[in-house]
Ligand binder design. Structure first.
Ligand SMILES: NC(=O)c1ccc[n+]([C@@H]2O[C@H](COP(=O)([O-])OP(=O)(O)OC[C@H]3O[C@@H](n4cnc5c(N)ncnc54)[C@H](OP(=O)(O)O)[C@@H]3O)[C@@H](O)[C@H]2O)c1
Length: 334
């Protein structure tokens, strides 16, 4: 009999997520049925998309259910298996509960080699956020030499890879991040040409005029809101926007207005494309070969924030929505 510690959604947030939206519980898991496996979580990924899932609003993933464990991309170890695809001792990645242990049916789960990289890397620079950056840069932004590429949340899990890929493609890369330490790292370590602190610089448009005197040819958009509006106004003819996320809007009680002059899209022949990385899993092999190669060659830097203990996941998640993480945020569960 396994007793799991898990964190459930106790209440849907209205505005900012608060600690009473979560509740820690202990549950006794039932015996394994045919096809099931028991996984002990090692690392849990905390990601911005979890915030919209806490509401009932229509999105590309169903809402979390009240009084049920939240789920997230995780790496874990198979403790027991009645599923022919997995054996005790396998290291696996996939969606699991915010929990010490998850009873799983094996769907969407895959084995990983725990020796090729630290386990947490499979949730970051070798995993979904990095794949997202790679897809948006190579398939939508398509930066090249002579162009200026912009990346918001420049040092986050997705942004840090997007910026470096744009730079490797030859573009001049400008980003924004939430404090001076992040901006310094972006320029010194992640090869950004410039990065501004969006929490200190209230007039993003004025800073962009200084940092992007030739305008902006591609935007990898992670943040939305006023920063995106300022970027939008400065897009050059045939500019491309990979609309990846809008984290600045996830906690808004009311939707905010978009950029004021949408006819700009026509005048400047812009491409603005929203995308969800899970629609492109067929390209995962191509991504792994390319980004894995860059990592091996030492051409890609990455940062992560590791929080120790499942009990700290709610606080860490609230911090993610305020910029307290630096790079990929993961929880070390066991
Ligand atoms: N489309 C897809 O398939 C897909 C997949 C993965 C992620 N995403 C999206 O990509 C974006 C980045 O995700 P991530 O996993 O890489 O997260 P992350 O950047 O590692 O963490 C979120 C960061 O967003 C910034 N932020 C938070 N609130 C903000 C605000 N009000 N204004 C400006 N910046 C704010 C903070 O950085 P600073 O301290 O620098 O402000 C924070 O550290 C999110 O919008 C996410 O939803 C989309």
């Amino acid at each position: 009999m396994t007793v799991a510690t898990q964190i459930v959604l106790a209440k849907r947030p209205a505005g900012d997520v608060t600690s009473d939206c979560f509740r820690a519980e202990k549950v006794t898991l039932p015996a394994l049925g045919d096809g099931q496996l028991l996984i002990r979580s090692r690392f849990l990924s905390l990601d911005p998309y979890m915030r919209p899932r806490m509401t009932e609003l229509r999105s590309y993933t169903p809402p979390f259910e009240l009084d049920k464990p939240l789920t997230g991309g995780s790496v874990g170890e198979v403790v027991e298996s009645r599923n022919p695809r997995f054996a005790k001792g396998d290291t696996v990645i996939g969606m699991m509960n915010w929990a010490s242990h998850t009873l799983h049916d094996g769907k969407g789960l895959r084995k990983i080699d725990p020796t090729i990289a630290p386990l947490s890397a499979h949730l970051g620079v070798l995993g979904m956020p990095s794949f997202t950056a790679w897809y948006g840069i190579t398939h939508i932004c398509k930066p090249k030499a002579g162009e200026t590429a912009f990346v918001s949340a420049a040092t986050g899990a997705v942004g840090q890879v997007a910026g470096q890929l744009a730079r490797l493609a030859g573009a001049r890369v400008v980003g924004c991040a939430g404090d001076e330490e992040k901006c310094t790292w972006a320029v010194r370590e992640a090869a950004y040409d410039a990065c501004f602190n969006h929490r200190a610089e209230r007039d993003a448009g004025a800073v962009l005029d200084k940092l992007c005197p030739q305008g902006i040819d591609s935007d990898f958009e992670n943040v939305g809101g006023p920063i995106f509006h300022a970027v939008f106004e400065r897009l050059n003819n045939f500019g491309r926007v990979a609309f990846c996320g809008a984290i600045s809007e996830y906690q808004d009680k009311e939707p905010i207005a978009g950029p004021p002059k949408m006819f700009t899209i026509v005048q400047r022949r812009l491409t603005i494309q929203g995308f969800i990385v899970s629609d492109h899993v067929a390209l995962m092999g191509e991504f792994t070969a390319e980004v894995g190669g860059l990592l091996k060659a030492g051409q890609l830097k990455s940062r992560e924030t590791v929080v120790d203990g499942l009990g700290k996941a709610p606080q860490a998640f609230m911090g993610l929505l305020k910029g307290e993480n630096f790079g990929k945020l993961v929880v070390k569960v066991s």
